[in-house]
Design a protein around this ligand. Structure first.
Ligand code: HSE
Length: 298
């Protein structure tokens, strides 16, 4: 009547796929314990790692759990313990990991009444509490793994995109907080047609590159002409990290989600590690504390 789960971190947007594309970081994430209890209701009983609210309605994991609970109306309740490793506001899907973990665990304990898309639908409610808007580009990869494309939010449609065999991500997380709601507020409401054309050309070719494992096409597609110019200003040494990464073998680089984390994609572990060293060199000289992760994308 209890399940312990790992809820992974994720990278949303992936340069040209704002609000629709994301991938899963298999080796970074939170742990959660979900327990079935006799008393009805959803209760957050333990939170370790970061200071987050225990009130169910104010906690991202609680809100998504409630959405599912109200749909199922079971004769039991659930306790949720959260062991948070992903710093809130880090840009690698901290709120999404919480939102997904509770519904995934409850679904297992209830005998899997829901499929992955339906779980994502419940998790959207939790994610919306954090980012003040409904989007699923961090949620979908946390639930499905690998790369996912959120084709539509209403109705929710998610496509799984294959990952090339040798694709690795290197992520640097400067220890400063950027609130997703604020990073969204600075974006323009309208974009010039020419920028839109560049963006969807890159996006389409990135998806093609992922399907055909064409690293050259992936490299040429990892550009963001719409969001990066605004949000990069919120990230110290963004330009320097990006340039150093590209000089050391990265296929491309961009802002992870709403930042401040910066992601790169590389072909092969050796390149991904060289990028790590290059990022390390740039940030070591800044006085800002940071973490760097290298992970294969499955
Ligand atoms: N697509 C979202 C954004 C991801 O960039 O605002 C962060 O939650």
């Amino acid at each position: 009547n209890e399940i312990k789960i790992f809820s992974p971190a994720t990278v949303a947007n992936v340069a040209c796929g704002f609000d629709v594309l994301g991938f899963c970081l298999d080796s970074i994430g939170d742990e959660m314990v979900i327990r079935k209890i006799d008393k009805k209701g959803i209760y957050i009983t333990k939170i370790e790692g970061f200071d987050l609210p225990f009130e169910t309605e104010l906690n991202v994991a609680g809100v998504s759990a409630l959405a599912m609970y109200e749909a199922v109306k079971p004769e039991c309740g659930f306790e949720i313990e959260i062991y948070k490793n992903i710093k809130p506001g880090s840009g690698i899907g901290s709120s999404a990991a919480s939102a997904v973990g509770s519904v995934f665990g409850m679904n297992e304990l209830l005998g899997r009444p829901y499929n992955k898309t339906e779980l994502t639908q419940f998790a959207i409610k939790g994610e919306a509490l954090a980012s003040k808007c409904e989007h699923a580009d961090n949620l979908a990869p946390a639930i499905f793994g690998g790369f996912t494309l959120v084709k539509s939010i209403s109705p929710l449609e998610i496509l799984e995109i294959p990952s090339p065999e040798d694709l690795y991500a290197t992520i640097i997380h400067p220890q400063i907080e950027v609130k997703t709601s604020e990073a969204r507020a600075i974006l323009p409401k309208e974009v010039p047609l020419q920028d839109a054309i560049s963006q969807w050309a890159n996006f389409g070719s990135l998806i093609h590159g992922l399907h055909t494992s064409d690293y050259n096409v992936i490299q040429k597609s990892l550009h963001d002409v719409i969001v990066e110019p605004y949000r990069s200003q919120l990230i110290p040494y963004y330009k320097e990290v990006k340039e150093a990464s590209l000089d050391h073998g990265a296929l491309g680089a961009g802002i992870s989600g709403s930042g401040p984390s910066i992601f790169t994609l590389s072909k092969g572990l050796e390149n991904a590690k060289s990028v790590k060293d290059a990022m390390n060199k740039v940030y070591s000289e800044t006085g800002i504390t940071f973490e760097i992760h290298v992970t294969k994308i499955n």
